[in-house]
Design a protein around this ligand. Structure first.
Ligand SMILES: Cc1ncc(COP(=O)(O)O)c(C=O)c1O
Length: 430
């Protein structure tokens, strides 16, 4: 019989022993003790439909038996060696990533988190171009390291008081609140065109790379128009600047394709990955074209990067994603989900905008004049939790409901969530 210490005691220990930056959702948080595919369970046995997937991580579901069996076998056989010795899972995984990533992306470096992946991608771009200047997007998030935080365009996540210099921020493709007060498509992609002005006016002219999430997760599920990245890439190519695509949150089937950048018909020069690659096992990776990767010859070891257990988990995850065609499932169920949210928008004026692709959807909550509904969103996600639905929130004003469930969710689950969200939105006074 398990002994659960309960939420109160966890909160007490958290206050006493964790650095307070480790924050949590909810005024009355529950203790989660078990997961089974798209569901989580608390210490009282209550079931929750997980619609945030540990922030876009467990695409194949919690404790997916086809993955955990492989992990357990590997743990019981060979857990760790470090890449200084030869093992086979790491190279098999790198080979598979070369096969599934777009274009000529071929050679990979493995680490243990998304922050390390973006940091490593930036280092590689610097080595290749001989420049340490970068362009990043407003409202992007690229990690918790000093450079990752400096590349991040959300002040909430820029805690460092002496960020790295040489980074210029371009306006993001936030059509609902267009930074140029224009409308798509008449805007002629003013936000993308602005990148050229930035290169010409705010940089030395020799920039290593531009960082971009295809869909900004923490930024509020900001989904650029489908011709946006083609224009961006044209500009970058004209100035010899690499495109680093951060697929940490969007990758591995989430948006209806294996990688979200595939919606935009553009081949990145370097791609950063993490989260859903390991389905809950700590992993990070960046993959580059061979010509770029081959510049990185000085030793660059990561003690745990590509270890046999993590790599086995990733291989089993990729197998599950492909054999169950999760990208197609995300596309189909995403349509149902988005249509449902759009119907709710007709009924509830608090939903100002619905956006996203596949099962990466956002609903921005606003008052009249698009004033962010900051207090209401907390009431809504708390009430949804009490009804057994875990919904995320993000955006610079923290007023965007985020729906990023495990891709194994069912149509029935989605309809259930929409019915409950309808009720909850109707009950909130604003
Ligand atoms: C797009 C993106 N990049 C990088 C990171 C950093 O990843 P990690 O928390 O694994 O270090 C995150 C984390 O949420 C992310 O969403």
């Amino acid at each position: 019989m398990n002994h659960y210490i309960g939420s109160e005691e966890i909160l007490r220990k958290k206050r006493e022993y964790l650095i307070p930056c480790v924050y949590h959702f909810y005024n009355e948080p529950m203790q989660l003790v078990r997961g089974e595919m798209q569901y989580l369970y608390d210490n009282t046995g209550k079931q929750y439909l997980d619609c945030f997937a540990g922030v876009s991580v467990v695409n194949c579901g919690h404790c997916n038996p086809e993955i955990t069996t492989v992990i357990c076998e590997q743990v019981n056989t060979l857990q760790h060696t470090c890449a200084i010795y030869l093992t086979q899972n790491i190279v098999n995984l790198a080979e598979q990533l070369a096969q599934i990533t777009p274009g000529k992306l071929q050679k990979t470096f493995f680490c243990s988190s998304g922050s390390e992946a973006t940091e490593g991608a930036a280092l590689l771009a610097s080595l290749y171009t001989g420049s340490s200047e970068f362009i990043s997007l407003r409202q992007g998030l690229h990690g918790r390291t000093k450079l990752g935080m400096s590349l991040t365009g959300l002040s909430m996540w820029r805690t460092d008081q002496t960020p790295v210099g040489g980074i210029n921020f371009a306006p993001n493709a936030y059509c609902y609140r267009c930074p140029f007060d224009k409308r798509y498509p008449e805007c002629d992609l003013a936000c993308a065109n602005e990148i050229e002005t930035i290169i010409k006016t705010a940089t030395s002219g020799k920039v290593a790379a531009m960082f971009a999430e295809p869909i900004q997760g923490n930024g509020g599920i900001i989904t650029p128009p489908l011709n946006y990245f083609k224009r961006v890439k044209e500009i970058l190519d004209a100035y010899g600047i690499l495109l680093i695509v951060d697929e940490v949150q969007t990758g591995f089937g989430r948006t209806g394709k294996m990688f979200a950048i595939e919606h935009y018909g553009v081949e990145p020069d370097i791609m950063a990955m993490a989260k859903a690659l390991g389905n809950g096992t700590p992993v990070g990776a960046f993959t580059a074209r061979a010509e770029i990767a081959d510049i990185y010859t000085r030793p660059g070891a990561s003690t745990l990067g590509g270890n046999p257990v993590t790599s086995a988990a990733c291989l089993a995850t990729l197998k599950y994603i492909t054999t169950n065609n999760l990208p197609a499932r995300a596309e189909e169920l995403g349509k149902l989900f988005k249509d449902g949210l759009l119907s709710l928008q007709q009924k509830h004026t608090i939903i100002g905008d619905v956006r996203g692709l596949g099962l990466m959807l956002g609903a921005e909550l606003v008052h009249s004049d698009k004033i962010p509904a900051i207090t209401e969103i907390d009431i809504i996600i708390e009430k949804m939790k009490d009804r057994g639905f875990l919904v995320g929130k993000n955006g610079p004003n923290r007023n965007v409901l985020a729906f990023q469930p495990p891709l194994v969710i069912t149509a029935n689950d989605i309809n259930n969530l929409l019915t409950n969200l309808d009720d909850v939105l109707g009950s909130v006074k604003f």
